[in-house]
Design a protein around this ligand. Structure first.
Ligand code: UDP
Length: 416
């Protein structure tokens, strides 16, 4: 009998146990947590290696059957933003290797998430002589394509590292055809090594609830028209575009009972983007219509999704955009930019609307249509709830397992 597969999952800056919606914690943390759990249930032994940021966290925390999180020290036990992690990688790699050696841990493959963990993966691939499966979650070249200010640009270092990882990883995972195309076009990645596997959804958590009860729980009035945003507060998410759309809805489309609820971010200490957004709310005189409610535990998000009339994702880019399928699965239509993964998860005109990125006028127009036509909103919501089955984590984990078991193509083959 062959022994069960053992995987070292690498998520240096994205602890699967982190509080979501704050700092750098979002979709990737959810992905690593849920995929590891689902693989564990399939009998794959998963150790998620992540950087330790909190003294009170146990070094090893179980994630479910056969999956656990292992905290590795590097650069002291404190939060370090993504931009400071690269310099800590040699220490992280050294400590990870000693941990594995001390505990006599052996793996059949390593699975890296994001370029920083990809670099760790390449080192472990050669040290342990195991294959590397890599997923990027976002790509520097694509971020630069949509950046609106110089400080949103990614440097050469990241892009060079991404190119290097793509050339040497055994298998690459893209969330959809769009991400695959970006890998091939911008980085000359080898098509044969790219597997398309979407992100998953916890359908037991994200399901339609009783709308009136959800509104009552959140203290929202029954006649309010609520547009919901959920996510990290960062420029790429285009929250400023949503605020401008809210202005059009209030001033031009006559929606006096409108409220935009922005879930995400740490409202106790405003970061740069939150400050910028609050200033915009003031200058557009929207104080009465916009609420920043801060990050919320994922367990309460179904209440927000169900209670809202519509969920808005005005992103400049999303590799996948888990919030879209969470909202849809709760029976709430999504109006989103026609970018990245959102083009595959939202059926334009059926479960929501796709709009040009960065265009508040069209966004306002589509939001207005859904807010003014409760019958259309309900029809779309009912169709939307049907997405749940497609993205079940067990199905996704099976697909990832198939990638783990795929025979690596010849790495010496020159791309193109
Ligand atoms: N999220 C959360 N609480 C918040 C904000 C976000 O739990 O206050 C979760 C949300 O449920 C989703 C993830 O964070 O699963 C965000 O994922 P998405 O792919 O939409 O965005 P990313 O963070 O990858 O850009």
């Amino acid at each position: 009998m062959t022994h069960p597969l053992r995987v070292a999952m690498l998520s240096v800056h994205g602890c699967p146990l982190a509080r979501l919606g704050e700092k750098d914690a979002g979709g990737m943390n959810v992905y690593v947590r849920e995929l590891s759990r689902a693989l564990g249930q399939l009998g794959v032994g998963v150790d998620v290696y992540t950087r330790c940021v909190d003294q009170s966290t146990d070094p090893i925390v179980p994630l479910g059957s056969d999956a656990r999180v292992i905290h590795i020290e590097a650069g002291g036990v404190r939060y370090v933003p993504k931009s400071g992690i690269y310099d800590l990688l040699p220490e992280f790699i050294g400590n990870l290797k000693s941990f594995a050696k001390t505990h006599d841990l052996h793996y059949d493959l390593v699975h890296g998430h994001y370029w920083l963990s990809g670099l760790v993966g390449l080192d472990l691939k050669s040290a342990w002589n195991v294959p590397l499966v890599q997923m990027f979650h976002t790509l520097g070249e694509v971020k630069n394509l949509v950046a609106r200010r110089p400080n949103e640009m990614e440097g050469e270092l990241r892009i060079d590292c991404e190119r290097h990882i793509m050339a040497h990883a055994d298998q690459l995972i893209a969330a959809n055809a769009d991400e695959r195309a970006h890998m091939v076009w911008f980085y000359r990645a080898d098509q044969d090594r790219i597997h398309e596997v979407p992100c998953g959804l916890d359908a037991d958590l994200f399901r339609p609830l009783d709308r009136a009860a959800c509104r009552a729980r959140l203290g929202w009035q029954s006649d309010e028209q609520v547009v919901l945003f959920v996510g990290r507060i960062e420029p790429l998410k285009g929250i400023d575009i949503l605020l401008r759309a809210v202005m059009y809805l209030v001033r031009c489309h006559d929606h006096p009972r409108l409220r935009a609820i922005i879930v995400g971010g740490d409202v106790s200490k405003d970061g740069d983007e939150l400050q910028r957004l609050r200033a915009l709310v003031q200058s557009l005189d929207l104080g009465a219509y916009v609420n920043f409610v801060g990050a919320q535990d994922q367990e309460v998000l179904p209440t927000y999704y169900t209670a809202a009339d519509v969920c808005a994702m005005p992103s400049f880019h999303e590799s996948f955009g888990m919030v879209a399928i969470e909202a849809l699965s709760c029976g709430t239509p999504v109006v989103a930019s026609r970018v990245g993964g959102l083009q595959y998860t939202i059926r334009d005109g059926e479960t929501g609307f796709l709009v040009p990125r960065g265009d508040p006028v069209v966004l306002a127009d589509r939001l207005c249509l859904l807010l003014s036509r409760p019958d259309l909103r309900d029809q779309m919501g009912q169709r939307a709830a049907g997405v749940a089955g497609i993205y079940d984590w067990q199905t996704i984990a099976q697909q990832i397992l198939a990638v783990y078991q795929a025979r690596p193509p010849d790495l010496r083959k020159t791309p193109f």
